[in-house]
Ligand binder design. Sequence first.
Ligand code: AGV
Ligand code: CA
Length: 315
Amino acid sequence: MQTKQAVIFDHDGGVDDLLSLMLLLTMEHIDLLGVTVTPADCYLSDATTSTLKLLSMFGREDVPVAKGTLHGINAFPADWRAQPKMCNALPMMLTAKANTSQISELPAHEFIATALKDADNVTLLMTGPCTNLTAAMDLDPNIKSSIKELVWMGGAVHVPGNVSMHNHNTSAEWNAFWDPIATKALFESGINVKLISLDSTNALPVDIAFLERLAAMREHAMADLAGQFWALTVNSIPAYEFTYYMWDVLATSYLGLPDGTIQFEKTELDVSVDEPNAGETFVSEGTNNLIDVSVSVNKDVVLDYVASQFARDFN
Ligand code: AGV
Ligand code: CA
């Protein structure tokens, strides 16, 4: 029998972070050790509630959930942070149970440090800023040796970023920008990073054709709920930084997609920590920070995979 792949999932409560949790819970080859929440593109209480409710829908009241107490440098816009409130107000979410006894007494970074100390060969999936992980490494640098691979949605290497703020020139991706110091620490850590950057996620804007496809399979509860979550994101101005992409969903799919669906290039990376380009991730030869940057993706394979996973039934 094939052994399951141990995963710790850190997310930051955005609509596609919640979709990512759903997608992860459909994958039978995954052994989910815990879910941690970074209070970045969300408000912590909403995101914790969403997490507990989705876990209980999948019958996973055994999975610990740890709340993040650390905050980055550059706050997300408040109206983005409030988006998950709409998810929690949908009928299927309102009626789901949130089992608060799943909540760990440890803050997220301590939970990650402890969980990695007790395990090995762990895949980390992170779809928000990387602050919890770098703080966990500050607590205990040895945990690095338990990490098989980190799949991180973050960065924009050969393409423009998606941060459009008064103190910024649009060169950075938001997760890298929220805590540029943590991003730098991660790049310098030597961890095996698969960076799911805007370079690849740009191929996957959320479009009506895909939502129609989900709608056609809405007799499956998950396809129905996923379609409703995504519907909350389509009211966006069609400017680059406002289009909603399948950012985190692509990162999560990586754990279940056939090898080679996402193409990577090993790249020496660095990140700026100062205005006006804080969080800009760029090629810097000589740093020896070797990161696998996603440069392209077979879009149709991803969409087929996501649709087929959401056609499965809960449990
Ligand atoms: O930069 C992408 C990251 C992903 O982790 N997030 C959203 C995804 O969860 C920030 C973000 C960029 N543009 C956004 C974002 C938008 N228009 N709405 C909400 N969040
Ligand atoms: Ca996110």
